[in-house]
Design a protein around this ligand. Structure first.
Ligand code: LLP
Length: 469
């Protein structure tokens, strides 16, 4: 008994999710490992009913392992809590910049959510996954004319960010669409929140959205355009936020703008409050649950609309990280190690900053376990190094782990958001494969990039070939 308690506290077991009943799951964003994570009789980590060691034998490493149950649970918790807490119509749209690929879009679409896309590429991916354009919202602070034409042709909604875009759209729209193009206007709310400087967007000094001081001019211009129809207003305050207060404050600002829009007879029926709910990357992270976030937002919108005597708008939220971040882990194979006496011990893995650029970009912290030694005591403090030619390529500094050998499988938790989508081919390393796991079944959703993939789009001009010998 004592020894079980000790290893629970002091082994990979401590990161297992606290789930008594999968029919009533907790909020995925508060867990370090996916909801279906377990340890099997071989002392191996199992996700979605699949032994991680067997997945690695079959698909290789590095490998993104996406737990379908956790992803679907997060979608349902967002969707159903909005139904419970908001009296008007609501729509949750997935910020697909967190991870855009056909299978992820397919799963989220099948849960009835819509999509936020930020480029022609993300728009194309959602369309190819079978998403109805009516549920797609196109964001971005510098959409090209080609992207805008593509968006108008598909009939998706466009979240207009600035004057140039507004004017380009009024020129493009009449030729490309018989009906007015439906838009939302993005405004900068001037709300500060505590998160990394690079991922704050709501403060006034932000590259995103119209300056609220210009709001009347924008409303006036939009109200005079026949080719566009303004359906709503949008604001987003930032990402990986644990505080509820800024989300509670935002609807008040949006409602004030909505009131102003009435003076210009704009047919506004939608408020989009953005995303931003954080997830747990380490034990000390303590994000609110999806239900708590939805409740605060829904109540704040109702209260603000009441105060300004506005009819309840359609309420849109666009989470990315909290929908998918905690559903995925990355499995690596442990390679060499190095002891620097009295300073630190390194172990190296077969990936790093090219499959997870977050530590080197934002100094993000992660946790890891050894998937084939789950209950072994954590006796070591080691720095998990990536394999790229750069000293800063460290996946986790000072990780606590059991004694680790070359060939062990090291699993980094909570890698579903902004990992694959920010992956690169630095050092000409192919991007990893990804699998989706569910009830003992594993399916490839992204193929591993091969050497051939890496040179597929390279071109060698004839004159260089000729001059080589
Ligand atoms: N809506 C808008 C307009 C956004 O800009 C974002 C994220 C979201 C929604 C979704 O936010 P989320 O729910 O995921 O927090 N690469 C950074 C995160 C950048 C977030 C950009 N915008 C990272 O790895 O932390």
């Amino acid at each position: 008994m004592l020894s079980t308690e000790r290893s629970l506290e002091n082994s990979g077991l401590r990161y297992l999710p606290q789930v008594d009943d999968l029919s009533n799951p907790p909020s995925p964003n508060q867990q370090l490992l996916p909801l279906t994570a377990k340890v099997n009789q071989k002392d191996h980590l199992e996700i979605g009913g699949c032994d991680v060691q067997l997945l690695v034998e079959r698909f290789g490493t590095p490998l993104y392992i996406l737990d379908e149950f956790s992803l679907r649970t997060a979608c349902r918790q967002y969707r159903d809590n909005f139904k419970d807490y908001y009296s008007g119509d609501s729509l949750v749209i997935y910020a697909s910049k967190a991870w855009s690929c056909l299978a992820v879009c397919n799963i989220i679409n099948s849960e009835g959510l819509g999509f936020d896309v930020v480029s022609g590429g993300e728009l194309y991916t959602t369309l190819q996954a079978g998403v109805n354009p009516d549920k797609i919202y196109f964001h971005g602070n510098n959409k090209s004319a080609t992207e805008l034409e593509f968006a108008v042709e598909t009939g998706c909604k466009i979240i207009v960010d600035n004057w140039l875009e507004l004017k380009t759209l009024t020129e493009i729209a009449p030729a490309k669409s018989e009906t007015p193009v439906e838009i939302l206007l993005r405004l900068t709310p001037g709300i500060e929140c505590h998160t990394h400087e690079y991922i704050r967007t709501g403060h006034l000094d932000s590259k995103f959205g119209f300056d609220p001081n210009q709001i009347e001019e924008v409303f006036k211009f939009v109200s005079q355009q026949k080719a566009i129809k303004c359906l709503g207003l949008h604001a987003h305050i930032g990402s990986q936020i644990f505080e509820l207060q800024p989300h509670q404050d935002l609807p008040e600002v949006l409602a004030q703008w909505l009131k102003k829009a009435q003076e210009y007879n704009l047919p506004i029926q939608t408020l989009n409050v953005g995303g931003g709910l954080g997830i747990r990357y380490t034990e000390s992270d303590d994000p609110p649950s999806i239900a708590e976030w939805v409740k605060i937002v829904a109540e704040a919108v109702e209260k603000a609309c009441k105060r300004y005597d506005l009819p309840l708008p359609q309420l849109i939220a666009e989470p990315g990280r909290s929908l998918i971040g905690s559903s995925c882990v990355t499995a690596y194979t442990v390679g060499g190690s190095k002891e620097v006496p009295e300073i630190r011990n390194y172990i190296s893995v077969d990936g790093g900053m090219s499959d997870n650029p977050r530590p080197i970009t934002y100094e993000s912290l992660y946790r890891c376990v050894i998937a084939n030694k789950m209950s072994a005591d954590f006796t070591e403090k080691v720095t998990v190094a990536g394999k790229h030619c750069e000293s800063g390529d460290v996946v986790i500094e000072d990780a606590t782990l059991p004694k680790t050998d070359a060939g062990d499988i090291l699993v980094v938790t909570a890698t579903g958001a902004y990992n694959y989508s920010m992956a690169s081919n630095y050092n000409r390393i192919g991007r990893p494969a990804a699998v989706v796991v569910n009830q003992g079944e594993a399916n490839l959703i992204i193929e591993r990039e091969t050497y051939q993939h890496l040179i597929n789009r390279d071109r060698l001009p004839e004159r260089l070939v000729n001059s080589a010998n």
